[in-house]
Write a protein that binds this ligand. Structure first.
Ligand SMILES: *Cc1c(COP(=O)(O)O)cnc(C)c1O
Length: 408
């Protein structure tokens, strides 16, 4: 069966007479600015528009955080720092990038299992919120704070007993390396208090890349209810309840952009429930949803090859620079990201398979797609490439030069 490259998602980039523009530039101009192909380009206006769309759909009191691992390019994080209410980091390097934006340390949080003593000391020293994923992390944070002579900001990440349905990646329910099992939480809270520390927040991250609004609403409702239960049972004095995100973007044929309206209505109800019970703010944290659709990966056709009935476009980019697009970053069945050809002859669409320069059958950019008839030198544009692209790829595999990243 033929797979089409039709655009099945909302188009966040500007078009002039149907032609793609990024920050006012054509794809060829972008490649020239980058000094050649392959390159990643992120569209500043598309990121701003996405945040604006979210703010319009969600209750005004809800706080939006950016989980910077989705795209930690310093310029992207700097731009988002002016649009969101906080940043979430997952390493010391990300912490340094977040602090450099000027966002208040109190609005930065650090999550992740297996934090080193150095990670925890850096977080405590910076005055950011440590999302403790275990009793050991709680103790390490309090020890570090005692050494530094300051008070730590410790929030507890909870692993609820339920999971988020229809999620690309499940992060809670049953046994998990993330968070503290909800039934162990009372002991951990007691332990914090014995050491003179009151937890400042709860973090309940249920999953990622979810395109089902009912499932997202159900998860948001369930984790908020659990947080409120814990607040009551443990008399917690929280500054925030971070209920994760889970919002997905459409990548593959048949997927539709997420309907935000029902999620906004539900969050409005939850926000009011929380406000009626305590002073904690409700926080939604997202990576992919804020930047995924704002990024493009551009590569150039080097060679056109016929092999036993298949036309291959051999391009200068591939798996080593965009692992997720090759289908090797958590996908069970490989599907094509949306791709476009810049150049070519629209009158003569042909079915082609776009492959990269690596000597492995895994290096597929787009399998059996119909594109305008290509010439050597045309550009292949991979859309939906703003999240988990550049930094989530094995860029040294085979030793090719790294691609340039631009924010325009
Ligand atoms: C990765 C991660 C996110 C971002 O997930 P997306 O699917 O990119 O929105 C948010 N919070 C935590 C704790 C994460 O680990």
């Amino acid at each position: 069966m033929e797979k089409t490259a039709a655009i099945h998602h909302s188009d966040w980039h500007a078009r002039e007479q149907g032609k793609l523009r990024i920050g006012g530039y054509s794809p060829e101009q972008v490649c020239a600015i980058a000094g050649g192909t392959p390159c990643y380009v992120y569209d500043r206006a598309a990121i701003s528009a996405r945040v604006e769309q979210l703010r319009a759909a969600l209750p005004p009191a809800l706080e939006l955080h950016y989980a910077i691992k989705a795209n930690p390019m310093a310029a992207v994080v700097q731009h988002l720092a002016t649009l969101v209410d906080g940043l979430d980091v997952a390493s010391q390097r990300e912490l340094q990038i977040a602090l450099a934006t000027g966002v208040a340390p109190g609005d930065i949080s650090f999550a992740g299992p297996g934090k080193s003593d150095a990670d925890i000391t850096a977080a405590v020293a910076a005055g950011i919120t440590l999302m403790a994923e275990s009793l050991a992390q709680v103790d390490a944070a309090i020890d570090a704070a005692e050494c530094l002579g300051i008070a730590p900001r410790i929030a507890l990440r909870v692993n609820p007993a339920f999971e988020l349905k229809a999620s690309g990646m499940k992060m809670t329910g049953g046994a998990k390396p993330f968070g503290i099992d909800s039934e162990q939480l009372p002991q951990v809270i007691d332990h914090c208090r014995q050491r003179g520390v009151e937890p400042c927040g709860l973090h309940l991250f249920t999953g990622s890349q979810n395109l089902n609004p009912e499932a997202i609403c159900e998860a948001h409702s369930a984790v908020t209810a659990l947080a409120l239960e814990l607040i009551d049972a443990e008399q917690l004095q929280l500054q925030f309840i971070n209920i994760g995100g889970g919002l997905g973007i459409p990548y593959f044929p048949g997927e539709q952009p997420l309907q935000l309206a029902p999620i906004g209505v539900n969050l409005d109800r939850l926000q009011q429930q929380v406000a009626a019970r305590c002073d904690a703010s409700l926080v939604l944290e997202m990576g992919r949803y804020l930047v995924g659709e704002a990024g493009l990966y551009l590569c150039r056709v080097r060679e056109i090859k016929q092999s036993r009935g298949t036309t291959y476009l051999v391009v200068d980019g591939g798996l080593h620079q965009h692992l997720a697009n090759s289908g090797n970053f958590g996908q069970v069945i490989r599907k094509n990201y949306p791709v476009e050809l810049v150049g070519g002859s629209p009158q003569q669409p042909t079915q082609v398979t776009v492959v990269g320069p690596l000597c492995t059958p895994l290096d597929i950019v787009a399998d059996k797609v119909t594109l305008p008839k290509a010439c050597v030198g045309d550009l292949v544009v991979v859309r939906q490439s703003g999240a988990y692209g550049f930094t989530a790829s094995p860029r040294d595999f085979l030793g090719h030069p790294h691609p340039c990243e631009l924010l325009l």
